[in-house]
Design a protein around this ligand. Structure first.
Ligand SMILES: *Cc1c(COP(=O)(O)O)cnc(C)c1O
Length: 522
């Protein structure tokens, strides 16, 4: 149980040297330690003045609350400071380079924000009559057309709300297609180089997941895949570009083989940033692919924030797409809300969400697309790949790049912790990066590489920003190779020191309990 000393600060949040008499406050430089609302709020305090009200219990059907809810209150300035202080303990793309591999943490242009805040979009209600939301439906429709054009696919389901939700949508469509054909297939093949959400989605859909090994150069083992195909295989899920940061060059051969064996090809398109404008997944024989608007098309994300994962579908899977659908009829937009026997939505697998999707993300993504145009989007992919290769080649003398010999990488650079001093691993370099002012890269993923460090700089970083980041990683890599004991203590300057990650994952403490007053307990 947590104890508090007389001043109210929790001593365990920071260190205090043995010969110091000062009570440790947790404050650092200009950063104040911030307790929880429950610790600083007062039941009798509030930030708003409300008139006294007389509530008639009759009107509430006898359900009037008998006792106060006991939520702690703060004054307005205390509230503002609480959240501002918390926000300063966070890291954000607006603060600095965010090298989190596979996540495409790129700059969110402010123009997107301006458009999303237009009252005609921001103040909509999803239950408004469609004749009053024609502009919003036009945005959804135009974005859908762009996504189909960029991917070369027949249809797109706009409603999935994130990448993983899109995977679910794609697999539900694949299952519906097999069901409609009366074919019972129980296995989804997932290469080792796939993103972790892929096997999770397949298992969630009730499929058996079988792994396909990766080759020594980090790509799908085509021969192993071909051998495994058969009448029990419903499809494959392939991340392309894969989580080793490499393009799956055999994609068309893989698709043809899967189709010949009666299966469908799901492609995890979260890494579309590396190929947008350069490659059309439809040309590679893909049947379903989600696009993370919150990655490739620059809508803000992180911390569980709003995502959007439209799924493009091949002609074979289009009839099974989920509802609702925005359709253009003449110069009007309509919302197809339920299946009608005579039209092409008769075979829909149903509905995934209550409404059409993430309107704010649609507006931002379309703004991004229109402000770049087709040529600009192609440049996005080229610059993202260029930046990643700059990181790869600037660090491959101090960090081991396991697939460095496989040629240029796509949008992310992958390293292992080979060559670190005994007892030093990726976690030490990652924690050291926090002291250097950076959010760590993706660590220990993909699993095929020992102590993996996956760095995705994105195209929105300048060469100067990349050089600064590379300098920080170089110095940390040298310290890890030399076995600098101080690196084991990192982070030293963060609001929290190194936590026990195993304990945090295995025994998470998810509810707050009132601390025992150490003085009173004595
Ligand atoms: C981010 C990501 C996902 C999951 O997307 P969410 O929007 O976080 O659900 C899936 N696959 C890959 C390769 C990703 O990078």
């Amino acid at each position: 149980m947590t104890t508090i000393n007389k001043s109210g600060w929790r001593p365990e949040i920071g260190e205090r040297s043995a010969d110091s008499v000062a009570t440790f406050t947790g404050n650092r430089a200009l950063m104040l330690e911030e307790p929880l609302l429950f610790e600083i709020g007062r039941i009798d305090s509030t930030g708003v003045d409300l008139p006294d009200t007389v509530i008639d219990d009759n009107r509430l059907g006898g359900l009037m609350r008998a006792a106060p809810v006991d939520l702690p209150g703060l004054s307005e300035p205390e509230t503002v400071r609480h959240y501002t202080r918390l926000s300063r303990q966070n890291y954000a793309i607006d603060l600095g380079l965010f090298p989190l591999g596979s996540c495409t943490m790129k700059h969110n242009p402010r123009l997107n924000e301006k458009m999303a805040r237009l009252p005609g979009f921001a103040d909509l209600h999803p239950l408004q009559p469609v004749q009053t939301t024609q502009g919003a439906l036009a945005v959804i429709h135009e974005l859908a057309e762009w996504l189909k054009t960029l991917t070369g696919m027949a249809a797109v389901a706009m409603s999935p709300k994130a990448g993983a939700h899109g995977e679910l949508c794609g697999l539900l469509a694949i299952r519906a297609a097999h069901d409609a054909a009366g074919s019972e297939r129980s296995v989804i093949l997932v290469p080792e180089s796939a993103h972790g959400t892929n096997p999770a989605t397949a298992a969630f859909c009730g499929y058996k997941v079988e792994n396909i090994p990766a080759t020594a150069e980090g790509r799908v083992d085509l021969a192993a895949l071909m051998t495994r195909l058969g009448p029990d295989v419903a499809g494959v899920m392939i991340t392309n570009p894969n989580t080793c940061g490499l393009f799956e060059r055999d994609m068309k051969k893989i698709s043809d083989a899967v189709h010949n064996a009666g299966g469908y090809v799901y492609c995890d398109g979260a890494n579309f940033n590396a190929i947008v404008g350069r490659v059309r997944p439809g040309d590679l024989g893909i049947d379903a692919m989600h696009i993370n608007l919150h990655k490739t098309f620059s809508t803000p994300h992180g911390g569980g924030g709003p995502g959007s994962g439209p799924v493009v579908l091949s002609a074979a899977l289009a009839p099974f797409a989920p509802l609702p659908f925005v359709e253009k009829q003449g110069d009007h937009f309509v919302l197809i809300e339920e299946e009608t026997a005579e039209d092409h939505h008769a075979e829909t697998f149903g509905r995934m969400v209550a409404f059409h999707g993430q309107m704010g993300m649609f507006t931002r993504a379309l703004t991004y697309i229109l402000s770049h145009g087709a040529d600009g989007l192609r440049q996005v992919a080229e610059d993202a790949v260029l930046n990643a290769n700059y990181v790869l080649r600037s660090l491959d003398d101090v960090l081991v790049a396991p697939f460095g010999a496989s040629g240029p990488c796509m949008h992310e650079a992958l390293f292992s912790d080979d060559g670190f001093a005994d007892g030093f691993s990726t976690i030490d370099l990652a924690k050291g990066l926090i002291d250097e002012g950076y959010h760590p890269m993706t660590v220990y993923f993909p699993l095929v590489v020992h102590g993996a460090m996956l760095m995705e700089p994105t195209e929105t970083e300048s060469k100067a920003a990349l050089d600064q980041y590379i300098g920080a990683v170089r110095s940390l890599a040298e310290r890890a190779r030399a076995g600098d004991p101080a690196l084991k203590a990192a982070p030293i300057f963060a609001p929290r020191r190194r936590l026990d990650e195993t304990l945090a994952a295995r025994k998470p403490v998810l509810n707050w309990q009132a601390p025992v007053d150490a003085m009173a307990a004595e």
